[in-house]
Design a protein around this ligand. Sequence first.
Ligand SMILES: Nc1ncnc2c1ncn2[C@@H]1O[C@H](COP(=O)(O)OP(=O)(O)O)[C@@H](O)[C@H]1O
Ligand SMILES: [Mg+2]
Length: 376
Amino acid sequence: MTAIDTAIRAAAADIELIGVSKAYDAKTVVIPLLNVALRPGEFTVVLGPSGCGKSTLLQMIAGLERVSGGKILIGGREVQDLEPKHRGCAMVFQNYALYPHMTVAENMAYSLKVAGVSKVERTERVATVATMLGLADYLSRKPGQLSGGQRQRVAIGRAIIREPGVLLFDEPLSNLDAQLRHDMRVELADLHHRIGATSVFVTHDQVEAMTLADRILILNKGRIEQFDTPKAIYHHPASVFVAKFIGAPPMNILAVVGDGSTLRLADGQVIANYAGKGNFQLGIRPEDIVVNSGGPIHAQICYREDLGSHEILEANIAGEQLRIATPFGAEIDTTSTLSLSFPRARLHLFDGETGRAMSHTFDETEVTPASVRVYQ
Ligand SMILES: Nc1ncnc2c1ncn2[C@@H]1O[C@H](COP(=O)(O)OP(=O)(O)O)[C@@H](O)[C@H]1O
Ligand SMILES: [Mg+2]
C-alpha cells in the first residue's frame, strides 16, 4: 500500500438490513422481506436477473429510495430516515452521470466543493485520486473528450474522493465493451484492496460476480436465494435457480426419478444408485461431464461449438438438452452416439418441486454399462 492509498483509505462500515421491505405500490412488492449483514470492508456482489430488485436494494442503502418497512444500519447507525448525504455512501452508476460542461477535475471535486472543502484541499485530493486511477493527464478534459473506460474511472474517482465508508455500484461496467469490462474488473478489484471501503456491486453478469465478490448475494424476485462465497455458490448451489445462474454455459438440469434404489432419466438410463423415491432434478456442470468410450450414459450429439481452447457439445439426452465442455485439446468423435460418465462427486440433487438443494451422498461405485437398462 502506498502513501497515496492510505491518503484516501476509508473507515469501512458494516451494513445491516433488518426486515427491509419495499413496495412501489400495493401491486408492486419488489422486496418482500430482507435480512442481511455485510461485514466492514467486504465486497458484496448482488447478482440476479433484470427486474429482481437489485437497483431498488442499492438505492435504499444509498437513500435514493425509501424503505417501506424495516431498518438499515450503516456502521451501527440507523440510516433509513437520513438524507443520502448523511449516510456515508457514494454511488457509481452505469451511465456515469458526469456533468458534461465540467472538466474531469471539476467533476471529481464537485461533491467536495458542495461540502465546503477548501480549494487547496480539493486540488490535493483530486490529484491523489487522479493518480490512483491513471487520470492525472486528463484533468482539464471534458467528459466528451474521454473514452468510455476513462469516463467510468472519473465516475469512480468522484465517488471515492469523499472517502466514503460504503461504495455502491449499479452495473458500472455494463456500457463497456468486453475487453474494457475485463480491464476495469481488474482495476476495481485492485482499487478495493487499496481503499478498503465496504462495497456493494450490483450486476446481472455472473463473471463479474465470480471474479469480484468476497460474497455473492443472489436475488430472485426480491428474495435471497443464496449468500455465500463464489466458490461455495459454484460448488454448492442452494437451488436450481442459483445453479442455472452461475457458470458459462450454466449447469445442466435434468429431470430424474428415484425408484428407491436408483436415479433414472426419463428414458430409463441409470445415473446413480440412490435410496430416495420420487421426482428430483439432477444437476451436472458441462465441464464435469466426462466423454469416454466406456461411459455408461448415452446421448445424441446435436451441435458442436469450437471455442479454440475447447468445445461445447450440445446433445440430447432423454428428450432434454445437455451441454458438455470438452477438456483442452480433446479430439472427440462426435459422428456417433456419445458415451458419457457423470462423476458421482460432481452431481447435484435438487427437490423436484421446490428446486432447493438436497443433501445427498451417492454410492461411489460407478454404474457400469452392464447395469444400465435402457427402456425405449
Ligand atoms: N420507481 C418505480 N416505480 C414503480 N416500480 C418500480 C420503480 N423502480 C423499479 N420498479 C420496479 O421494481 C422492480 C425491480 O426493479 P429494479 O430494482 O430496478 O430491478 P433490477 O435493478 O434488478 O433490474 C421492477 O419490476 C421494476 O419495474
Ligand atoms: Mg437495475
